[in-house]
Structures are given as structure tokens and as C-alpha cells.
Design a protein. Structure first.
Length: 503
């Protein structure tokens, strides 16, 4: 074993790549394959100070004849004062095509979920992309997510195995349609994690749980990698549409690329101040996907959404079990609805997903229920983009929200009822599967109607009369009984709005 040290920050080169600042260390070199068939290992040690750049690259000169590259790493976790972040170091790899923004050389990312990975032609660690280990300068990518006041000391062990490469398998992807029921309401969970990022379930286990939860579609959304795309093909069926995507996990918020073309990778190495997000939002759309900011008010470091919503096709308002940050996201989204009415511009539909990673996370809690022309990627996306959807805590809960005028005019969720300002409008909500839940009608003025709790059967119909001059839109919320006091209980379901009036 050979060893190398990178001991001082002053001995490194800092490059500003047009996105987040990056630090490139000295190159790690290996002997050629002529030296013998056995594996060769180098160990690199160093310390990153507080305030390190977002990404630190360790160049590795890979000679011809390498069959596999394997990397393991450790880092210290010193005690820190209360309220001070400790050390957390992410890891990934780029091949000889380089580390340029856009990810042409991207070969995998596991964040902080793994302590080692390998890549070769015929296989790779989950989160990494199989393929030839070609000669050239590869880069181990380190992401110092947080650094303790004492600094972050790390050790990298890089092993190259020489020999004939295995035969690369051609990836097979799930189909973009399932049998479906024609124009109907379809249930889906668009934010899920497997062993290909920081989840603990396999894609097969997720697919089984999705079917058990009564879902019609799911979306693969691993953190900063598309490696799972080729592992879903055998799990799709007439009863389950599997869409492919990514959770693009930046330092200034996360965005779900929903339903992109198979094999699409979206880079995440930028912050809001770099003014690069628009480029990658356009890439998502060119790849046939939707841009969906995830858990925009989550409190974890780097999770709070700071890119604005100008590029959003929808926004994930409800993420996993209902928590205070979801309540804030719901209120913020309602404020965006008011602004869209005021300014006469397009509105952004809301979604909900489980963001499930492992037990006891529940797949399909919550789920987005979409009115789509068929069970295809394009039809589901069009329903989401148009806001023809509601969010429910489980498949047991169903609802129908409509608004009607005096001359037979009729509109449903995500639609507009074109009536004059003073024309009487009847808003009607039909509910099943929501025992003891309370119905609230929310408008641009706020909550204008609160019904009595539904019966224990969970079924009921609620009507409310208004006009377009009084309510520019109406959306419904179903809330569980509050534990105490006047505060509303946890959400059981909510709808996108029905708009009232002529534009």
C-alpha cells in the first residue's frame, strides 16, 4: 500500500467553476498494468477547514488495463458544542470525461449513505453507474456538507484492479405506459428513495409497497443520481406505471425532476447565488420531466428552497407525515395562489409525496391523485401540470370538488368556472374515507367555511354558496380533529383550487 498526504489548505488549488467554488487536490497516480495483475492501492489523507468549498476533487490517474475502481473513506466526528453542526462528508466519482458542470463525466454519488463504492463495466454499487473504467484522470468528489470547528480530517483508500473488463449490459427501462382505465383518477407517489441513494429499501420492495398502498404510479427520485433507472424495468406492470427522475439535492434546496427520459442525469453542484438553476430546469423539461421543488420549508441544512418558483411546474406542499413545515408550505402556496389571481398570471399546482426512505416510512402517505386521460407518463404529467389533482393521506380517502353556476356551468379541480362576478355559485365536496374529519373551504380571503365533523363512516357531502366577487378561487381541506385548542388538526387531504369568474 502506498500513502499520500494532502496536509495544508495552502498547497491546494481553488477553482471557481461558474457554480459553487471547488477545490482540487494533488493528483494520485498508479503504476501501469505492466507491473503485474494484482490490485494496487493508494491512501490519501487530509483535513478540510471550516468554510471549505462545497466540493473537493481528488484527481486519480487511471492507467490503461484497469477493470475496477474501488473507493472507501472515513472521516472524524469530533464532539461539537450544542447547536453547532458536526462533520458530514459526502462522496461520489467522475470519470475521465471530467467534472464540468452538467455532469458529462458523472459516474455516481452516494452522499453520506455509504463508506465505500466500486465501479466496473458490468456492475457498480447502488448509486453508481456501471461502465468501462477507461484510462485518464478520474476525480473522487468529496462534499463537505458540514464541517466542525475543529476541521474535518478524512482518509481515502483507492484501489484499482487490473484485468479484462466484464461485459457491459445494455440498460433496460420500464415502459412509459400501463394499462390504465382511460380518463380516470390515478394515485401516485412521486418522491421515494431506495438503496440507490440514502434509502434502505430495494426498488422491488418499494414497488410491492406501492401496490399494497393502492397506487397506480410512482416516480424514482434518488438524490443526485440516475443509477436506479435501469433497476425498475422488471417491476412495472399493467397495474403500476413507473416514472423515472431524480431528487436534485443542492445546498439551497431540493427539486424533484419528475418523469424524465430514462438515463437522464441532472447536476446539483450550484447554489441560488450562482444563477444556474434555470439552465437545469430547462434540461429537466427538455428531457420530458416536470420541475417540482420539494419540501420547500423543511428545516434540515440545505433543504429550504431558495431558488424561487419561477421555473416550477408544481410544488411539493405536503412531504411525509404532516408537520409544522408542511403547514408553512401550505400557507406559502396559498399566498402564491392569491398573487396569481392579483397579477392575472399562471398559478402553480400543489402536490404531496411520502419521501419515504425506510421503515416505518409509509409509501403513499401522502399521495397525489391525478385526473389523467390514461395511465401514461405524459398523461399523468399533464394532469399534474394542469392542477387536476388533490393530495390524500391514503388510498382510503377519495373526494370530488366541483363548482356550478346557475345556467349549468360546471368546473372541477384545477379548472375555471366562467361566471359573472355576482352569479351565485354552488361549491360541492363529496368525501369518502375521512371519519371525523372537518371540511374547510379556503379562498383568497382565507377560510370562509368550516363544516361539522364528518360521521364515523367517513362519508359525506358538503355544499357552500358564494360568488366570484366574494371568492376568486375555492379549495378544500380535510383536517383531523385538533388535539386541543383552536389550531387546525393534521391534514387528511387537500385539493388544488377551482377558480371562479372570467379572466
Amino acid at each position: 500500500m502506498c500513502e499520500d498526504d494532502h496536509a495544508g489548505i495552502g498547497r491546494r488549488a481553488v477553482f471557481v467553476t461558474g457554480a459553487a467554488a471547488a477545490l482540487t487536490l494533488g493528483t494520485v497516480s498508479f503504476a501501469s498494468a505492466a507491473g503485474g495483475p494484482g490490485p494496487r492501492t493508494r491512501t490519501v489523507r487530509g483535513t478540510l477547514p471550516p468554510g471549505s468549498p462545497d466540493f473537493v476533487y481528488v484527481p486519480v490517474e487511471v492507467p490503461p488495463g484497469v477493470r475496477e475502481i474501488r473507493v472507501s473513506y472515513t472521516y472524524d466526528r469530533p464532539a461539537v458544542p450544542a447547536g453547532t453542526p458536526g462533520n458530514a462528508l459526502d462522496i461520489g466519482v467522475f470519470d475521465e470525461r471530467g467534472t464540468g458542470l452538467g455532469g458529462r463525466g458523472f459516474r455516481g454519488w452516494s452522499g453520506g449513505a455509504r463508506t465505500e463504492f466500486f465501479v466496473r463495466a458490468d456492475d457498480a454499487t447502488p448509486g453508481y453507474v456501471p461502465g468501462p473504467v477507461r484510462a485518464g484522470t478520474w476525480h473522487i468528489a468529496l462534499g463537505p456538507y458540514t464541517v466542525a470547528p475543529q476541521g474535518l480530517s478524512y482518509e481515502l483508500t483507492i484501489t484499482l484492479t487490473y484485468g479484462e473488463p466484464g461485459e457491459a449490459a445494455r440498460p433496460v427501462y420500464p415502459p412509459s405506459r400501463a394499462r390504465g382505465r382511460g380518463r380516470a383518477w390515478y394515485r401516485g407517489d412521486c418522491h421515494l428513495h431506495s438503496v440507490h441513494s440514502d434509502g434502505r429499501r430495494t426498488p422491488a420492495e418499494i414497488a410491492a409497497l406501492a401496490r399494497a398502498a393502492g397506487l397506480d404510479f410512482v416516480n424514482s427520485s434518488e438524490h443526485n443520481t440516475h443509477s436506479a433507472h435501469a433497476h425498475w424495468a422488471d417491476l412495472a406492470g399493467d397495474d403500476l406505471l413507473i416514472m423515472l427522475g431524480e431528487e436534485v439535492t443542492t445546498r439551497n434546496g431540493h427539486v424533484v425532476a419528475l418523469g424524465t427520459d430514462p438515463g437522464t442525469f441532472v447536476d446539483w453542484r450550484y447554489r441560488a447565488r450562482d444563477n444556474r438553476f434555470g439552465r437545469f430546469a430547462r434540461q429537466i423539461r427538455r428531457a420530458g420531466g416536470l420541475v417540482v421543488p420539494a419540501h420547500p420549508h423543511a428545516t434540515c441544512i440545505g433543504c429550504n428552497w431558495k431558488f424561487g418558483f419561477g421555473e416550477a411546474d408544481a410544488v411539493e406542499v405536503w412531504n411525509g407525515p404532516w408537520t409544522p413545515d408542511d403547514e408553512v408550505a401550505l400557507a406559502d402556496w396559498d399566498g402564491m395562489l392569491v398573487a396569481s389571481v392579483r397579477d392575472g398570471r399562471d398559478w402553480i399546482p400543489a402536490m404531496g409525496s411520502s419521501d419515504s426512505h425506510r421503515d416505518p416510512d409509509v409509501v403513499g402517505h401522502p399521495q397525489t391523485v391525478v385526473l389523467a386521460d390514461d395511465l401514461t407518463r405524459e398523461a399523468v404529467q399533464e394532469g399534474i401540470r394542469a392542477g387536476r389533482s388533490y393530495v390524500a393521506e391514503s388510498s382510503r380517502l377519495s373526494l370530488a370538488l366541483t363548482a356550478s353556476g346557475g345556467r349549468g356551468e360546471h368546473a372541477g379541480i384545477g379548472e375555471r368556472l366562467p361566471v359573472d362576478p355576482d352569479t351565485p355559485v354552488t361549491v360541492r365536496l363529496e368525501v369518502t374515507g375521512a371519519p371525523r374529519c372537518t371540511v374547510r373551504f379556503v379562498t383568497d380571503q382565507g377560510v370562509l367555511f368550516t363544516g361539522a365533523p364528518l360521521p364515523v363512516s367517513g362519508s359525506g357531502t358538503v355544499e357552500w354558496r358564494t360568488t366570484a366577487s366574494y371568492a376568486a378561487y375555492v379549495r378544500a381541506e380535510l383536517r383531523h380533529e385538533a388535539a386541543a385548542g383552536p389550531l387546525p388538526g393534521a391534514l387528511a387531504a387537500f385539493t388544488n383550487p377551482v377558480f371562479l369568474g372570467r379572466r
